[in-house]
Design a binder for this molecule. Structure first.
Ligand SMILES: *Cc1c(COP(=O)(O)O)cnc(C)c1O
Length: 391
């Protein structure tokens, strides 16, 4: 179980603000801040490359911890600048052929879908959206019925940016594995929020960010690529980190997932990322999920009791991302009203998950996303303020 008092003590931001924008960026802990800022100071004191040499072990530790968290091997991990960049690096490495089919989800994030459309135009592949079932999650039966020998990729979002839905990633993985089809999982909102095990899910490629549920500094992202699919992928960019120039007319690509990395990176961010992943492991992904789900359910219940408030989350399993609308009040107005009272929420708009929002006829939502360090008192205060806004 999460020791709430300790979690809050280790999170200085909880003293200033009711932070319910964890799906945007979580509050980092004191050890993460110290590791990150400490490294920047060291760069100033002794030089950037010299500081990197001293931090080499801590940077390396990030790979080991990420591998433990996801249940893979450290050489199947690349660390990059963001979840989108991680996702892009793998997606644009897939050698699509005309006639290939990409199967994806209704809950897809805009950046992913824009890339599908670009690749569809470039390579003559088709992009097909698997319908949802009655509960609002990807229909596993529909996916099974859509499978044929032309399916090149199943690419879905685990937890979308705009709600509590948790797509059935492992059931999708079973279908992908049985068909021998590449499976790419956007786990940007799930890693750090719920246990994510690439062996259990059976995904081949997974992308996530540091700044959301892992509580790492901004500008960090993780890419997992299963060793057995590495050679099917052709990295879109190579440089002197991802490859070696071995003769005037020859280069050799790095053996592991680090072939997707580039030379320059923010060392301070990675030192912070290492610490943040270690903390997630120490708290325990199951315990984090249990607390986040409990808070998410509590918040949904309280919101549903507010007159004019409609909770908009769908799916059989609902996570810590809580979305709602308030009759007659624009989402931005709610966000600003709460911000004046030092409560952070965010607004999800249709263009970031266009298919889902269009289907549900929603143009904007208020998103209140909880993490394990949020308290029940904070949720109560948040709901009191909302009730006051209505009256
Ligand atoms: C936030 C988010 C992304 C993008 O992550 P970045 O780190 O901003 O690139 C991708 N997919 C989902 C589902 C997200 O919520």
């Amino acid at each position: 179980m999460i020791d709430l008092a300790r979690a809050r003590e280790l999170t200085p931001g909880t003293a200033n603000t009711v932070h319910l924008n964890n799906a945007g960026a979580s509050l980092p802990s004191t050890p993460v801040l110290e590791a990150t800022v400490g490294h920047l100071r060291l760069e100033g004191e002794i030089g950037g490359y010299e500081a990197a040499a001293r931090a080499a072990e801590r940077v390396e530790a990030a790979y080991g911890s990420a591998a433990r968290l996801l249940n893979c091997s450290p050489d199947e991990i690349a660390i990059v600048d963001s979840a989108t960049r991680a996702w892009d690096l793998a997606f644009y490495a897939i050698p699509f052929r005309p006639g290939d089919r990409i199967l994806t989800s209704k809950a897809e994030y805009a950046s992913n879908f824009i890339a599908y459309l670009q690749v569809a135009r470039r390579h003559g592949v088709s992009v097909e959206v698997v319908p949802n079932d009655g509960l609002g999650q990807l229909s596993v039966d529909a996916l099974r019925a859509m499978m044929d020998e032309r399916v090149r990729l199943i690419s879905v979002t685990h937890i979308p940016t705009n709600g509590g839905l948790v797509n059935p990633a492992a059931e999708i993985g079973k279908i992908a594995a049985e068909a021998g089809v590449l499976y790419l999982l956007d786990a940007c909102q799930s890693v750090g929020q719920i246990p994510v095990d690439v062996e259990q899910i059976r995904c081949d490629i997974l992308s996530t960010t540091g700044r959301k549920y892992l509580r790492a500094p901004r500008g960090t992202g993780l890419l997992y690529v299963r060793r057995s699919v590495l050679d099917q992928l052709d990295p879109p960019f190579l440089d002197l980190r991802s490859a070696r120039w071995t003769a005037p007319d020859r280069f050799e690509i790095q053996p592991g997932a680090r072939r997707f990395e580039n030379w320059e990176y923010g060392v301070a961010g990675r030192v912070g990322l290492a610490t943040a992943i270690e903390e997630t492991l120490a708290w325990g992904p199951e315990d984090i999920r249990d607390r986040v789900y409990l808070l998410g359910d509590t918040l949904r219940e309280r919101l549903a009791a507010i007159p004019g408030c409609t909770v908009r989350d769908v799916g059989a399993e609902r996570c810590g991302i809580v979305t709602f609308t308030l009759d007659g009040v624009a989402a931005e107005t709610i966000k600003e009203y709460l911000a004046e009272r030092r409560i952070n929420v965010s607004v999800s708009r249709a263009p970031s998950t266009l298919l889902d929002m269009t289907d549900r006829d929603i143009s904007e939502l208020v998103r209140a996303s909880v993490h394990y360090y949020n308290s029940e008192e904070e949720l109560a205060r948040f709901c009191e303020e909302l009730t006051r806004l209505r009256t």
